[in-house]
Design a protein around this ligand. Structure first.
Ligand SMILES: C[S@@+](CC[C@H](N)C(=O)[O-])C[C@H]1O[C@@H](n2cnc3c(N)ncnc32)[C@H](O)[C@@H]1O
Length: 337
């Protein structure tokens, strides 16, 4: 490596001058001996002694995910991976497409370096089964799937392998919370670890009954109730809401139904438990609002009620042309006309 050789006391001034003139080779580390220093240069430099010695190359530190993977993947592949990141507390879950599975370890290590979180897991299946969880494969960091996720000032403890949780619903939860008024009696029919109840009860003085069939989810919700300073009150039940709700001797001002694949099959239970004028926050997977609105109307009609649709939203895209949609319906007395 071509270097300028200077007495040690001139090393710093020379380095600055060579850098300013664009003559220094920035890919290598400067070497300091006992009497002389050696500065790597790109070309011969007038007025200096030039020598040829071995220098250590400088390790470049990658600044972002793309830089960490630029030698392995195309920029499109990197961008697709980056948008698949779900960060839950100090855990990152990512989706690696089939054609990149051979590079999963490199990708996992890069994600760990880039995100500086505790653990990286890879999705191994779709969300499935009654309790709506997916298989995960540990890729990098520390294999500990328990974490605390912070959302809208609430702390949500969970095990990403045992329960359903999506950070992508944060905006929806805030929207629902903001529409809740103090004093409401609320039923969350499919509460999971309780993100809706916790975020609502943290901000509103309400009474919430939260039900889930997954024992682990209810265990974490019980912990989350203790972890957060709540204005409202939450009572938990573990079991099938169709059975559990038979013991409720109260009606509700609001019912939350976030089980989008199957919520429609529980609409008969919900319309039975809602007060007149109460709101059902109903969710389903669909390419339109029409199907959900018709299902709500039909469930209400079956018990001689009507529904006024007060809001519809696309919460998130689930596959091309299909959405997780939200429909807020106010259940009312049927008018005569
Ligand atoms: C899509 S997750 C939603 C969890 C939570 N509401 C959230 O937003 O994170 C649906 C939840 O419904 C629960 N579940 C499924 N069938 C149920 C049933 N029949 N009764 C009560 N809970 C049920 C699952 O265990 C799962 O936790």
């Amino acid at each position: 490596m071509k270097c300028v050789k200077v007495p040690l006391r001139q090393l710093n001034d020379t380095r600055v001058q060579l850098m300013e003139n664009g003559q220094m080779n920035m890919e290598y580390r400067i070497k300091a001996g006992n009497e002389y220093g050696y500065i790597p240069v790109n070309e011969d430099v007038d007025d200096y002694e030039i020598v040829d010695i071995e220098l250590e190359p400088l390790k470049r530190t990658a600044h972002n995910f793309s830089e960490l993977l630029e030698d392995e993947l195309t920029s499109e592949e990197i961008e697709n991976l980056r948008t698949s990141f779900d960060t839950i507390g100090d855990i990152v879950i990512l989706e690696i497409p089939e054609n990149l599975i051979g590079k999963k370890q490199i990708i996992g290590d890069a994600a760990l370096k880039f995100t500086k979180r505790k653990a990286i897991y890879m999705k191994k299946s779709a969300i499935k089964g009654t309790i709506r969880i997916r298989d995960l494969e540990f890729l990098s960091g520390e294999d500990d799937s328990i974490t605390i996720h912070k959302e809208h000032g609430a702390r949500l403890k969970l095990d990403v392998k045992e329960v359903y949780f999506s950070p992508r619903l944060a905006t929806e939860r805030k929207r629902v919370m903001e529409s809740v008024e103090d004093g409401e009696k609320i039923l969350d029919m499919f509460c999971g670890i309780g993100p809706f109840p916790i975020v609502i009860a943290k901000n509103r003085n309400v009474d919430i009954i939260a039900v889930d069939i997954n024992e682990s989810a209810i265990r974490y919700l019980d912990e989350n109730i203790k972890l957060n300073k709540l204005k409202g009150n939450i009572t938990t039940y573990c079991g099938d809401v169709r059975e559990v709700s038979k013991s409720f001797n109260t009606k509700f001002d609001r019912i939350i139904m976030n089980l989008p694949g199957l919520a429609y099959t529980f609409l008969d239970v919900a319309v039975d438990l809602i007060e007149d004028g109460g709101i059902i926050n109903y969710y389903e997977f669909s390419d339109s609002y029409e199907q959900g609105i018709n299902r709500l109307k039909s469930a209400c009609s079956n018990i001689g009620k009507d529904v006024e649709i007060i809001n519809t939203r696309k919460v998130k895209s689930t596959s091309p042309g299909e959405w997780h949609v939200a429909i807020d319906g106010k259940v009312i007395e049927k008018s005569d006309d």
